[in-house]
Write a protein that binds this ligand. Structure first.
Ligand code: DGJ
Length: 715
């Protein structure tokens, strides 16, 4: 009793102090302000455009609890729900203290500690504010000291609260080969949920990202927009709840679906980070904020050059041998790319990997196809002046494999039910540390037995259904969480040993496109769909969250557009090829070789520059993208006439991101041999002119399925 009294007195002293002093999480242009109310609860005071400290001090007290707890008086979807040892299903969180620390010139962390006055449960809300990028990362730590474990049934990373006239939500959804479709709709009263339950990957149908526009629909260049994403490679959930007073409450975090968590005394439950940004000048700016943040902090080696490559998946499937592959190396050399990437089909002997129904799990080189092993291929590639990379899918197993018979205990499947296959495969029990070691060893052995491998494509071709972890036994509700934790342990180990090896994150197309995994990866595979037209939409969608150097974009035979069109689309991402180079005509090869050279010259601007989406493919039968270098001396315009018609009345395009004072020359580059530019840019233009008056990008006539790349250079 005495102890309780002194805790209460201490808490009260803190609240009194905190009530008079708002807690500010600030970046260059954004403020998130909290305060403590009379009951000692943490409230969200403000989130939006930068508020000067004096203005923050005069904010009227909001009534909105920041991190809503279940079981007390709030009717909102809670951020946290705990059932205590005595069966009490309520939690009250009161402010204890907060600390703000400047990590460096750009990053400030704020930790707000909260505690239940009755039950020994504490929660820390963590914020990391990236000043220059206007990005905030928010996550939570939950801990208790009850005698027995407590049941945690909701555990959001963060909540955000809004009060606007209208809310417009943009979601990014799709399916295999149709990733990142954008649809914007108004939020109405009630709860709209974007989530996934795929277990091993965040995405197949819904990507873990959203845009929220306040009052009006999201515009590229104006209006208040929030962009949010979750750094988690498993089940995610964003719940958008519009209450009876038209206030909006967002819960962002791991999807608690079938994932009640038994939290032991003193164990810390750390949620993944909710990463978000805000702009008062539209979604163009939120995209640039996140892209800049990703290059600086979110992805592995964001500022290191990426390798151009030739992949063999589309060209050969699993039907290849040593001779065929070494033949293809010559094609890679003729294209001038950096690397040859050998895809699926190179492994397993007892059950050779000749189709997707056998071999997964048996990671020895197939002796029939590749009698001299991978090491030989590395050397043969080197003779042609190119590097060699390899495809792996180490988390999976085919029933037709030696691994399946050797380690039945390592495979997830439901007892008493028929095995369930998707692409003829099953998922290994990654929560099991022995399986984590196996998965790491697949990578490590492949790398150490074949010195010189310079690149990995890490695939994951099924979602988790009909599942049960033999390792977790009675704790099946931990499965989804432990899978992702196990995966991250493996990634950590891989990165400890191979810190800078470029690895592409792939999951049956674009199933893994999240910043939880991307901090270990240099790039991702956005989609198996490489049709030039479809890719414009897919890359446009992803560009709201990811920079160009993360988006692998390959020229393939998907799509009926010209080679020039497909190449121009791929050059807007991380360029690669997946074609039979021998099938190219002389002119096509010449064009492709020149494109690779050109790409090398302009890629700095595309990868590290600032993206302005000048025309959206969702709004017109064309799309225009512009990348400017930081110093505004260079810019690249990608101009795509899509299914454009003569009747399309395309207006001039006004550029952005240039220096109004500078004069620029415009040059069409990447022309197909034997063609000349239809543009007559025989004068220089001031940045002011290009941004205010704009120029005609149809060159006077609309040709559907044509494209141009323009190089803009300051004089
Ligand atoms: C799915 C990937 O998205 C493809 O690029 C390819 O690697 C196949 N898997 C191989 O099985």
């Amino acid at each position: 009793m005495k102890r309780l009294l002194s805790v209460c007195l201490l808490l009260m002293a803190h609240w009194v102090q905190a009530q008079n002093q708002p807690i500010r999480v600030t970046t260059r242009n954004v403020s998130l302000v909290y305060a403590v109310n009379e009951e000692g609860r943490l409230i969200q005071q403000y989130f939006g455009r930068l508020l000067q400290p004096a203005a923050a001090d005069t904010l009227e007290k909001s009534t909105q609890e920041a991190y809503v707890t279940a079981g007390m008086e709030s009717l909102l979807e809670p951020a946290i729900r705990i059932v205590h040892n005595d069966g009490n299903p309520s939690l009250e969180l009161k402010y204890v203290s907060h600390h703000t620390t400047k990590k460096d010139n750009n990053i400030t962390t704020t930790d707000i500690s909260l505690k239940d006055p009755v039950y020994p449960v504490s929660v820390i809300l963590h914020f990391e504010a990236y000043f220059n990028e206007d990005v905030i990362k928010a996550w939570t730590e939950i801990k208790h000291q009850e005698k027995q474990p407590v049941h945690l049934t909701a555990y959001s990373s963060s909540m955000l609260h809004f009060k606007a006239a209208k809310y417009w939500l943009t979601q990014f959804h799709g399916d295999w080969a149709q990733e990142a479709n954008m649809v914007e709709s108004p939020l109405t009263a009630g709860t709209k949920t974007l989530d996934s339950k795929l277990g091993v990957r965040a995405n197949m149908y819904q990507s873990p990202m959203f845009l929220l526009a306040l009052d009006n629909t999201a515009d590229e260049n104006k209006g208040e927009v929030i962009a949010g994403t979750l750094a988690w490679t498993g089940n995610f959930r964003f719940a958008f709840e519009v209450d009876e007073r038209n206030a909006l409450h967002i819960n962002a975090g791991i999807n608690p679906y079938a994932s009640d968590y038994t939290l032991k005394p003193n164990e810390v439950f750390t949620t993944p980070a909710f990463i978000f940004t805000h702009s008062n000048t539209g979604k163009g700016q939120t995209s640039r904020n996140l892209q800049r943040w990703a290059l600086n902090y979110g992805i592995l080696d964001g500022h290191s050059p990426r390798l151009t490559l030739l992949n063999n998946w589309e060209a050969t499937g699993m039907n290849f041998n040593e001779q065929k592959l070494t033949g293809l190396f010559g094609g890679a050399a003729r294209l001038g790319v950096d690397l040859f990437l050998l895809d699926d089909g190179w492994f397993a002997n007892k059950f050779p990997r000749n189709s997707d129904n056998a071999g997964l799990g048996d990671w020895d080189t197939n002796k029939e196809k590749l009698p001299h092993g991978l090491g030989y291929l590395v050397k043969e590639a080197a003779k042609q002046g190119i590097k060699f990379g390899i495809w792996l899918e180490p988390e999976m197993v085919n029933p037709k494999s030696e691994l399946y018979t050797k380690h039945p205990d390592w495979i997830m499947r439901l007892p008493n039910r028929a095995e369930n296959y998707y692409r003829n495969q099953m998922v290994l029990d990654l929560p099991n540390p022995a399986v984590q070691d196996f998965v790491f060893d697949v990578v490590d052995k492949t790398m150490s037995q074949n010195p010189g491998i310079a690149y990995i494509k890490w695939d994951c071709n099924r979602m988790l259904t009909n599942t049960y972890s033999p390792y977790l036994k009675e704790k099946q509700s931990h499965l989804f969480i432990e899978y992702t934790r196990g995966l991250y342990k493996v990634f950590e180990k891989v990165r400890a040993k191979y810190p800078h090896l470029p690895i592409m994150l792939c999951s049956g197309g674009g199933g893994r496109t999240d910043y939880g995994a991307l901090k270990y990866f240099t790039e991702f595979w956005p989609s198996d769909n490489t049709d030039g037209l479809d890719r414009i939409y897919i890359q446009y969608g992803y560009s709201h969250f990811f920079p160009a150097n993360t988006m692998s974009a390959h020229v393939t035979n998907w799509g009926k557009q010209s080679l020039k069109f497909r190449t121009d689309v791929a050059m807007m991402g991380k360029l690669g090829y997946d074609i039979k180079v021998d099938d190219l005509t002389e002119k096509e090869l010449q064009f492709s070789h020149d494109a690779v050279t050109t790409y090398r010259r302009i890629s700095d601007i595309v990868w590290y520059g600032n993206l302005y989406r000048l025309v959206s493919p969702y709004e017109q039968n064309r799309a225009v993208f512009l990348y400017t270098s930081d110093d505004q001396k260079k810019a690249i315009v990608f101009n795509y006439m899509m299914n454009a018609r003569r009747t399309d009345n395309f207006s001039v395009v006004k550029f952005q991101g240039l220096d109004p004072e500078k004069n620029y020359r415009i040059n069409e580059i990447n022309l197909f041999p034997g063609t000349t530019s239809a543009f007559k840019f025989n004068q220089s233009y001031s940045g002011d002119f290009l941004m205010k008056v704009g120029i005609d990008l149809t060159a006077g006539r609309i040709h559907p399925l044509t494209s141009n790349i323009l190089e803009i250079t300051a004089e």
